[in-house]
Design a protein around this ligand. Structure first.
Ligand SMILES: [Zn+2]
Length: 150
């Protein structure tokens, strides 16, 4: 994907690795709340400060931006055309940090769920897909699996 954003948009995008209350996050929260799930937001005492934490299910939920967190095979995980080396080292550090957080969570026996921003965008556009994905989330919460990426 071409990096055709304006410098303002780009620097905005790049300033928010894990920002609070992004549009996809708010949308997802509403969907979970509607279905009776209760959560805390941006829980600081849990590794990685997950966007949502469902205490009842001992599950941390991360809404991951595809660009920053390098969603494998996703068109939004493009590499800017200039300063490629700079970006690549940043991306490698981000991915490494995510991995470390995931290992810490697993070590603590906390389940974790990653939902990619592009998945939420697709859910937003396609009700059937949204229902199916939410069902997958719920199935995961009540299952013995320790992690899932959607
Ligand atoms: Zn993606």
């Amino acid at each position: 994907m071409a990096d055709n954003h304006t410098p303002e948009v780009r620097s905005y995008n790049m300033s928010r690795i894990r920002s609070k209350d992004t549009k996809p996050e708010i949308w997802l929260r509403k969907q979970l709340f509607k279905r009776g799930f209760r959560y805390r937001k941006n829980v600081k005492y849990i590794p990685g400060k997950p966007d949502l934490f469902l205490r009842k299910y001992n599950t941390a939920i991360f809404v991951n931006g595809c660009f920053w967190h390098r969603h494998a095979g996703c068109k939004y995980a493009y590499t800017p055309k200039s300063r490629t080396e700079y970006w690549n080292s940043k991306f490698i550090a981000n991915v490494k940090r995510d991995k470390e957080i995931q290992n810490q969570l697993t070590g603590l026996g906390i389940k974790w769920l990653i939902i990619w921003e592009c998945t939420i965008n697709k859910m937003n556009r396609n009700e059937e897909y949204a229902d199916a994905t939410l069902k997958q989330m719920v199935d995961f919460l009540v299952s013995d699996s320790m992690n899932v990426e959607l």
